[in-house]
Design a protein around this ligand. Structure first.
Ligand SMILES: [Zn+2]
Length: 689
């Protein structure tokens, strides 16, 4: 029996994207495209399914981004929530709801979960030493701290996870921890937190996960086993942060829930909101039913960096709560690389979805097709623009588009687009075609059910390949003169293939499927997976329209160049930064007498390009300083400006002028100079230290 038929309902989720940046093709290929294909397939089979996603709007990643952009966390989440939501809509990712974890319904439900576990005495409450940044007066949770991963040696692991090996960490596990706020080594301070006793759940987790062997993907199952083997530790579910969901306890004022406690609960709160909006019962999709066979089938689509949260931590929370179903499967994908390198937000090495939409308007299905063809289902895979071009030109244009176009043109040329026979019956008359079509459906069904979307897409393309071969064999453009009945029969058979092709394309290329049904003048909403297609005698087709366009070389070259330019820009900034100098004693520093002063007069030094002669009021005296800033500042523009000046530098003669001291300047990687001035006006002669 098909796995799918075991369940009355399906609850499908895609990982909640962090609302701290736009989406790129790696996101799409990781957790969204596969889930969307799967959900569209279930809907095509008329299954009861709800597809849930939303923005993850809590956690240190949000507050750090806000600080970086000089704005508020609220402004960050509003901006990126809307941008991400738009991108998903444009690419046809057909969520039933795209929700937000900043919503009150989500805050309420997350607190309810916490209190449920708290009242059952599940948490371990303990004071522990946590890292604290003295300069910023703040504890360093999660992404506020980086260091070397004790598991794999990766140097940029975060306080809660190493993104290189996927291991979940505590900040105190990091080797050489550094605060991302001050860039300094933090100190330890005691603070109280509430820990989920994963060690206590370990035996239960082991027996639950053991049963998934053979059903879960090898990479997912293997990761879980390896974590269990090394032994689970209690994990804090609370944080000392100022952004997030309040811990609902009087003694925890100012503390927030750990973002990975609340984020997965976001799937449930989003379902609740959807149920309210649509008059449905959310409990049927999440809670254990009286009879086990009535439970919904819960499936989490994620990228491999989220496996620990969806296979270990969230199931432990659901188990401890007791009323909820557990995931049936977690088909995590590996990573997608780009042009031979890892996709990287920080290095801007990515194909951004919002940029693609601008540069390739109306070509969403082309990207869906290419990404589905190379989904990192069992190992990392790679996107290149050359491959994009080859797949669009050699497969979408040459096979799929060509087949549909040829048939439609001939139908209009010979019969004015009318599907008509004298017998009054229109049916698929070729037994061989019928049998082959049946085989494709069976394979397609199996592949989709087993999350093998790459192979499934090939099954669909095989229908188009079959059609092209059939059309070439039958040559209706010749037989129309010698045996017109044969020509008509062949073209009608081709139309049936097109209708089946469009049906099967729906999960993969929804826009293209809609276009084809439009040409066929066929009602798409009545179509279901594997059903017979019917044409009434006299059915009128709509005019043929082109499905895909060839991608020209210069389009691809431009994209490759764009990536190279970004890389170069990133490299320039990085390489030209001077390495840190050796440590000096405080005494050496204190020996420098740096003061604030005001520029009283400024003039160019004759016969030089770079030098200005400045008269400075240092508070202690008025003196002359020669400074190499003429390329950056006009003399008249800087009179009255307050600067920092090193007053005890040995006087030196420059171009015949005695220079007494040095103005402090900051120099960027391109050599641009800028005064280091006090932010607020100070008395001249104030000491800089
Ligand atoms: Zn690691």
């Amino acid at each position: 029996m098909s796995q799918l038929n075991k369940f009355k309902r399906h609850t499908v989720t895609s990982a909640l994207p962090y609302a701290n940046g736009p989406l790129h093709i790696g996101h799409l290929a990781g957790a969204y495209l596969p889930a969307d294909i799967f959900v569209r397939y279930l809907r095509l089979k008329k299954k009861d399914v709800v597809y849930i996603c939303g923005s993850d709007e809590h956690g240190a990643a949000i507050t750090i981004k806000a600080k970086k952009e000089g704005t508020t966390p609220q402004a960050i989440i509003d901006k990126y929530h809307n941008q991400i939501k738009d991108s998903f809509e444009e690419f046809g990712i057909a969520f039933d709801i795209y929700h937000r974890t900043s919503s009150p319904i989500h805050h309420d439900l997350s607190q309810e979960f916490f209190l449920n576990l708290y009242e059952k005495d599940e948490f371990i409450e303990k004071y522990s030493e946590q890292y604290f940044d003295e300069d910023y007066g703040q504890f360093l949770a999660d992404r506020y701290i980086t260091g070397t991963c004790p598991n794999c040696g990766y140097e940029h692991a975060y306080g809660d996870q190493c993104e290189n090996c996927g291991t979940s960490l505590n900040p105190t596990d990091l080797i050489n921890p550094i605060s991302t706020l001050s860039g300094k080594a933090p100190i330890l301070r005691p603070t109280k937190h509430w820990y989920l006793p994963l060690d206590k759940y370990q035996p239960w987790l082991e027996s639950w996960i053991d049963k998934k062997e053979g059903e879960w993907k090898v990479n997912v199952f293997g990761q879980c086993r390896s974590w269990l083997k090394s032994g689970l530790q209690p994990r804090s579910m609370t944080r000392d942060l100022d952004w997030g969901i309040d811990v609902p306890l009087d003694e925890a004022k100012g503390k927030k829930l750990y973002v990975w406690m609340d984020a997965p609960i976001g799937y449930i709160s989003a379902t609740k909101q959807w149920a309210i909006d649509n008059g449905k019962d959310w409990k049927a999709y999440w809670k254990k039913q009286k009879n086990e066979e009535d439970n919904s089938c819960l499936i989490h689509f994620i990228g491999k960096d989220n496996i620990v949260f969806h296979c270990i931590i969230f199931p432990s929370i659901l188990h401890a709560h007791g009323e909820y179903i557990l995931p049936q499967n977690v088909p995590a994908n590996e990573f997608l690389n780009l042009e031979g390198e890892k996709l990287s937000t920080s290095r801007n090495h990515a194909v951004w979805l919002h940029e693609y939409l601008e540069e390739f308007p109306g070509k969403q299905d082309e990207l869906r097709y290419v990404l589905t063809s190379i989904l990192p289902e069992t190992s990392d895979s790679e996107f290149t623009w050359k491959d994009y071009q080859a797949r669009v030109n050699n497969e979408l244009v040459a096979i799929l588009g060509n087949y549909v176009n040829r048939v439609m043109i001939l139908m209009h040329k010979f019969y004015d687009g009318k599907v008509e026979t004298e017998s009054g019956e229109i049916k698929l008359t070729d037994n061989l075609l019928n049998a082959q079509l049946g085989e494709f459906y069976t394979e397609l069904d199996q592949n989709l059910e087993n999350y093998k979307f790459r192979q499934a897409l090939q099954n669909v393309m095989d229908i188009a390949r079959l059609g092209n071969k059939y059309l070439t064999d039958k040559e209706p453009w010749k037989t129309i003169k010698t045996n017109p009945d044969d020509a008509k029969e062949a073209l009608h058979n081709c139309l049936f293939l097109i209708a089946h092709l469009a049906t099967c394309l729906q999960p993969f290329l929804p826009g293209t499927a809609t276009k084809i049904f439009g040409m066929l003048n066929y009602n798409l909403s009545g179509v279901s997976f594997g059903d017979a297609i019917k044409f009434e005698n006299g059915h009128q087709l709509n005019p043929a329209a082109l499905l895909f366009e060839k991608v020209e070389d210069e389009v691809i070259e431009k994209q490759v160049q764009k990536l190279l330019d970004k890389k170069q820009a990133a490299a320039v900034t990085k390489q030209t930064l001077v390495a840190a100098k050796e440590n000096i004693s405080f005494e050496s520093f204190a020996a420098m007498d740096i003061r604030t002063g005001t520029i009283l007069a400024a003039e160019k030094v004759a016969k030089t390009k770079k030098l200005l002669k400045l008269t400075i009021d240092t508070g202690i005296d008025e003196r002359t300083v020669v400074s190499g800033i003429a390329e950056y500042y006009e003399p008249e523009a800087i009179i009255g400006k307050q600067v920092s000046i090193l007053v005890n530098l040995e006087p030196r003669e420059i171009k015949g002028i005695l220079s007494q001291g040095m103005i402090l300047m900051a120099e960027d990687s391109e050599g641009k100079l800028c005064f280091v001035s006090p932010v607020d006006a100070l008395h001249n002669g104030s000491v800089v230290r």
